[in-house]
Design a binder for this molecule. Structure first.
Ligand code: AMP
Length: 280
């Protein structure tokens, strides 16, 4: 099992392999089955798979969230080794990625960055764009794999590679859920068993919205979701949006032939969870 902490060593190693395709799965660690599904897909479609494990400070707008983000490198390495000892891990320290300047570049992602996650986590997508642009330069992947759990991030990454002509295929992968519907997330590690049960309200609400989509106005659907969470003392709803799945702009009415996606961010017990679902 090869684990690189320094980008220079990783670059040397990848160059020495002269492989015909590199699959890349960027993660922030605290790995769960959702991450492993991405790795399996990458392995089935590429000669080599590189997984990065890096809690990227520039994409956090909240110091407490960054400090409390679960860091479980030893366990993560075990999980990856169990999957395949051929996966190459890149687990750098902050200064290997940023040097002395832990700052984001500023990006124009054609407005997608101002919606939802971008609205509530100022600078978040500048941080995501900065770290991924660097990782793509280091790993030079053929294919890079991202979860639809972070649907907006997936759209941002597609913009990033098209704007900067980065030669990589961006591949979106379905959301992996617990049996009870809760979307898997590293942040779930911070929930009590009781919270995890309560948090199924998030996916249950999204399934209900999907069921009602087309039979009620979008405004009614949004109002109903607000009410569900307002009536539940365990949750604080940050946003619920129904957006055009291409532009990610808030939808006000359903237009024939367009695709729609619902997005939600809620706090439970001070832990911020997001989820999303395709509506048609
Ligand atoms: P993270 O470590 O949270 O930054 O996630 C790393 C990658 O795994 C991102 O592309 C996420 O969208 C993806 N991911 C996280 N959770 C899930 C999930 N439940 N199902 C599928 N992909 C996921």
């Amino acid at each position: 099992m090869l684990i690189f902490n320094k980008k220079a060593d990783l670059i040397d190693h990848l160059q020495s392999l002269k492989s015909s395709s590199i699959g890349f799965v960027p993660t922030m660690g605290a790995l769960h089955q959702g991450h492993l599904t991405l790795m399996n897909k990458a392995m089935s479609e590429n000669d080599i798979t590189v997984v990065s494990i890096f809690v990227n400070p520039t994409q956090f707008n909240n110091a407490e969230d960054l400090a409390k983000y679960p860091r479980t490198l030893d366990r993560d390495v075990e999980k990856i080794e169990h999957l395949s000892s051929k996966i190459v891990i890149y687990a750098p320290e902050v200064n290997d990625v940023y040097g002395d300047n832990t700052l984001s570049e500023h990006f124009d992602f054609d407005g997608i960055e101002d919606q939802m996650e971008g609205k509530f986590r100022k600078g978040h997508f500048d941080g995501v764009g900065t770290v991924l642009k660097r990782f793509f330069e280091i790993v030079k992947p053929t294919n890079a794999y991202f979860g639809e759990k972070d649907f907006q991030q997936l759209a941002i990454v597609k913009k990033l590679v098209s704007k900067y002509n980065i030669p990589v295929n961006i591949i979106g992968c379905p959301i992996h859920r617990e049996h009870n519907g809760l979307a898997m997330s590293s942040r779930n590690e911070r929930l009590t068993e009781e919270n995890k049960e309560e948090a199924t309200l998030i996916s249950r609400t999204l399934y209900k919205v999907r069921q009602d989509f087309g039979t009620k106005s979008l405004q009614e659907l949004v109002a109903e979701v607000s009410e569900v969470f307002a009536n539940n003392p365990h949750f604080t709803l940050e946003y619920f949006e129904i957006a055009n799945a291409e532009t990610l702009l808030t939808a006000t009415e359903i237009v024939e032939g367009e695709k729609y996606q619902a997005f939600i961010a809620v706090f439970i017990n001070n832990v911020r969870l997001i989820d999303t679902i395709s509506l048609n």
